[in-house]
Write a protein that binds this ligand. Structure first.
Ligand code: FEO
Length: 175
């Protein structure tokens, strides 16, 4: 079944959105590298890699559906932040934005009755739910920790352990 042109355009845009997201997280990781929080730097680095994987998943899907891939420039990401909380607040907004994009894509896939695309997008919607949840959980705990260095270091250590959603799903699938 030929990919509907509107859907193909939006899927192509999503390749760019995910690559942009990867860049946003890489900038966050770089910001943390200039602070004592190496665990948060690791978290953001892992998240950046996840987003690249998402972009590649959309890329492969467009290729597999025999549609043309059209790549666009990636915008310069924000590089200055006030605090770890500030970074995680931006991360949550970033994830909420992506969730909205995937929701919109799903609606178009539904309108044009493209069930294969709906299936792909459902995977992404689940992924988004997990991502939003883990960012929100960390943000809540950062707020509790406030300015207490000992609590912040505990959270930083935990952040280094976090596996990306894709990674943990892959691990689950191999069991
Ligand atoms: Fe791939 Fe977290 O958006």
């Amino acid at each position: 079944m030929t990919l509907n042109p509107k859907l193909a355009k939006l899927l192509n845009e999503q390749i760019n959105n995910e690559m942009s997201s990867s860049y946003v997280y890489l900038a966050m990781s770089a910001w943390f590298e200039q602070t004592p929080y190496s665990g948060f730097a690791q978290w953001m680095f892992n998240q950046s890699r996840e987003e690249t994987m998402h972009a590649l998943k959309f890329y492969q899907y467009v290729v597999d559906r025999d549609a043309a891939v059209v790549l666009q420039p990636i915008a310069k990401p924000k590089a200055d932040f006030k605090s770890p909380i500030d970074v995680f607040e931006h991360s949550l907004k970033q994830e909420q934005k992506v969730t909205q994009q995937i929701n919109d894509l799903f609606e178009v896939a539904e309108q044009v009755k493209d069930h294969a695309s709906k299936n792909l997008l459902l995977w992404f919607l689940n992924e988004q739910m997990e991502e939003e949840k883990s960012v929100k959980d960390m943000l809540d705990r950062l707020k509790l920790a406030g300015n207490d260095p000992a609590s912040l270091l505990v959270l930083d250590r935990e952040a280094a352990q976090r596996k990306g959603a894709t990674e943990s799903q892959e691990a689950d699938a191999s069991h």
